[in-house]
Design a protein around this ligand. Structure first.
Ligand code: NAP
Length: 505
C-alpha cells in the first residue's frame, strides 16, 4: 500500500470543476486513536459520484476486529476525556466549529461530489450542521444538576449529569455533514467518546470532519471513524450492539434497520437513540392560502430532490381546492428549479444519490399509475443530466390506501396528491401510518390550527411552514420513527446519565 496515494487530490479518479483549498481534507483512511489507518487487509471499497455513477474514491474497508479495536481505544480515551472540565470541552468544541466554518467550501464540495447535491444545497446542509455544534457549545456549561429536598431530615440529595462512555454512532448517506455534526457533536459535548460508522456512499464527509476534529486538539481516540462497505456493515453493527464497552448506540437511518439494532441492543440493555424513517403527511385545508401552501410543499417535498426523512410523502388536499392547488403547484415548480451541473452555483435541483434511489422512485410512480394515478408533471429521468436525474413529478388521483407511497417513503421528487373531504377523514388517514416523524398542514382557521396540531401523531408538526428543523428545536419522531431527540437541549440530554448522590449529615 506504501506507494498508493491515500490523501490529497491524487486520490480523486476524476477532474472536478472545483479546486480544493485544503486537499489534505480528502483522505481515504479510517481514523482510530488519533491515527489514520488503512484496513489491515488492504481492502478498500468504491465511493461513486452520483452525477455519472463513476467511482470517485476507494476508501479503507475495515473489518469487525478493527472496529472492536476502535471501541477499545474509545473506552480507554473516555477515562481521560470525561475528566476534562466543561469549560475546556466547550473551548475544544468551539475550535472544531471554527475549523468546520473555515473549511465550509471544501466540505460542501466533498458533499456535492459524493452525494450529488448541487453545490448551493451542500452549503445549506453544511451550515445547518455547523449550527448544531455551535448550539451544543452553549449546552456544555448548562449541564446542571439539582438539589432535591430530602424526606429524611438528616439527608441531603443532589444530582449530577455525567457522560455515559463510548457511543457507537451510525449515520446515513443523506445530508452526511449535518447528520454527523448533529449526532456526534452532542455526544462529544456531553463528554462521551465516539466510534462513528458513516454510510458507505458518503464516508469522505465523515473523514474530512474528523480531520478538522483532530486539528481542534481533542485527545486522540475521542472521535474514531470506522469505514466499511455494505457487505461488512452487518458484522460491524453486531459488534457495536454486542460489545460491552459500548454504552449507547445512536443510529440515524431506516426504520427496518433501527428496529433490528434496537433488538440487538436490548440483549445487553444498551441505551439507544433512534432517528428513523418518516412518511410525512402534508395537509392543505380548504381555507388555506394556496400559494403559501404550494411554496411550503415545494420546500418540504423537493429540497434535496426529496431525499430527507422529513420530506412530505403523502399530500392531502381538500377536494374543493384540488384543481387550483395542482395547477399552482405545477406552475410554481416550473419556475422554481434550475437543472444542470451540480457544480453550477445557480443550479438548485440535483440527481438522486444512486441507482437504488432511481429504482425506488420509478417503482412508486409506476405503481401509482397502474392504480389510477395521473402524472401531470415530470415522471421521467432527464438522461442528458445523468443516469440518476429524476425530474420533479406530480401525480394526481393518488390513494395512500392502494399505492406504495402510503406505507413507504419514496425518498425522491414525487408529489402524490390525494383528495379528502373532511378534517376527521384526513386526520384518520394521516395517523394510520406506523411512522410518526414530521407532519405539516396549512389552514387560516385558528381553532383548527390548535386542534390539528394536537391531533397529528408525529414528533414534529409544521403549521404553515414547510421546514421543521433548527438547532434549537428538538428533532425526532414517535411511533416507528424513533426514540430520543437530536438538537436542542434534549439532544445533549440524550447522552448524559443522571446520578443522584445522597449525603448524610
Ligand atoms: P439505512 O439503510 O438504514 O442505513 C443507514 C446506516 O445504517 C448506513 O450507514 C448503513 O450502512 C447502516 N446499516 C444498515 N444495516 C446495518 C446493520 N445491520 N448494522 C449496522 N449498521 C447498519 O438507511 P439509508 O437508506 O442509508 O438512509 C435513509 C433512511 O434514513 C430513511 O428511512 C430516512 O428517513 C432515514 N433518516 C432519518 C433521519 C432522522 O433524523 N429521523 C435523518 C436522515 C435519514 P450500509 O449502507 O453499509 O448498510
Amino acid at each position: 500500500m506504501g506507494d498508493v496515494a491515500v490523501s490529497g487530490t491524487e486520490i480523486l479518479s476524476k477532474k472536478l470543476p472545483y479546486e480544493f483549498k485544503d486537499p489534505s481534507l480528502l483522505d481515504t483512511r479510517a481514523y482510530i486513536g488519533g491515527k489514520w489507518v488503512n484496513a489491515a487487509s488492504g481492502a478498500t471499497f468504491p465511493v461513486y459520484d452520483p452525477e455519472d455513477n463513476q467511482v470517485a474514491f476507494r476508501v479503507a474497508n475495515l473489518s469487525r476486529a478493527e472496529v472492536k479495536h476502535a471501541i477499545d481505544v474509545a473506552h480507554q480515551t473516555f477515562r481521560t476525556y470525561k475528566q476534562i472540565s466543561h469549560r475546556k470541552r466547550r473551548e475544544l468544541l468551539r475550535k472544531w466549529t471554527d475549523l468546520v466554518k473555515a473549511n465550509r467550501d471544501d466540505l460542501s464540495a466533498i458533499c456535492t461530489l459524493e452525494l450529488g447535491k448541487p453545490i448551493t444545497e451542500s452549503y445549506i446542509t453544511v451550515d445547518y450542521g455547523i449550527s448544531f455544534v455551535e448550539w451544543f457549545q452553549g449546552e456544555i456549561e448548562r449541564l446542571y444538576g439539582e438539589t432535591i429536598p430530602a424526606a429524611r431530615s438528616n439527608n441531603r440529595i443532589f444530582t449530577i449529569r455525567e457522560p455515559q462512555g463510548v457511543v457507537a454512532a451510525i449515520t446515513p448517506w443523506n445530508s452526511p455533514v449535518a447528520m454527523i455534526l448533529r449526532k456526534v457533536g452532542a455526544a462529544i459535548a456531553a463528554g462521551n467518546t465516539v466510534v462513528l460508522k458513516p454510510a458507505p456512499e458518503t464516508p469522505m464527509c465523515a473523514i474530512a470532519i474528523a480531520k478538522l476534529f483532530e486539528r481542534a486538539g481533542f485527545p486522540p481516540g475521542t472521535l474514531n471513524i470506522v469505514t466499511c462497505d455494505a457487505e461488512t456493515t452487518p458484522q460491524v453493527g453486531e459488534e457495536m450492539c454486542h460489545n460491552k464497552l459500548v454504552c449507547h448506540v445512536s443510529f440515524t437511518g431506516s426504520t427496518a434497520v433501527g428496529k433490528y439494532l434496537n433488538t440487538e441492543c436490548a440483549r445487553s440493555l444498551k441505551k439507544t437513540s433512534m432517528e428513523l424513517g418518516g412518511n410525512a403527511p402534508f395537509i392543505v385545508f380548504e381555507d388555506a392560502n394556496i400559494q403559501k401552501a404550494v411554496d411550503g410543499l415545494i420546500a418540504s417535498k423537493f429540497r434535496s430532490s426529496g431525499q430527507t426523512c422529513v420530506c412530505a410523502n403523502r399530500i392531502f388536499v381538500h377536494r374543493s381546492i384540488m384543481d387550483e392547488f395542482a395547477g399552482t403547484l405545477r406552475a410554481t415548480l416550473a419556475k422554481t428549479f434550475k437543472h444542470g451541473s451540480v457544480w453550477d452555483p445557480t443550479v438548485n435541483f440535483g440527481p438522486l444519490y444512486s441507482p437504488k434511489g432511481i429504482e425506488k422512485v420509478k417503482r412508486h410512480v409506476d405503481d401509482a399509475v397502474s392504480k389510477g394515478g395521473k402524472v401531470i408533471l415530470g415522471g421521467y429521468i432527464e438522461e442528458k443530466l445523468g443516469p440518476n436525474f429524476y425530474v420533479p413529478t406530480v401525480v394526481i388521483d393518488s390513494s395512500p390506501q392502494k399505492m406504495l407511497f402510503g406505507t413507504e417513503e419514496t425518498f425522491g421528487p414525487v408529489a402524490p396528491l390525494v383528495a379528502f373531504d373532511t378534517e376527521e377523514e384526513v386526520l384518520e388517514l394521516a395517523n394510520t401510518e406506523e411512522s410518526g416523524l414530521a407532519s405539516y398542514f396549512y389552514t387560516e382557521d385558528i381553532s383548527r390550527l390548535w386542534r390539528v396540531a394536537e391531533a397529528l401523531e408525529t414528533g414534529m408538526v409544521g403549521v404553515r411552514v414547510g421546514l421543521v428543523s433548527a438547532c434549537e428545536q428538538p428533532f425526532g419522531g414517535i411511533k416507528a420513527s424513533g426514540i430520543g431527540r437530536e438538537g436542542s437541549r434534549f439532544g445533549v440530554e440524550d447522552y448524559v446519565n443522571i446520578k443522584s448522590i445522597t449525603v448524610g449529615i
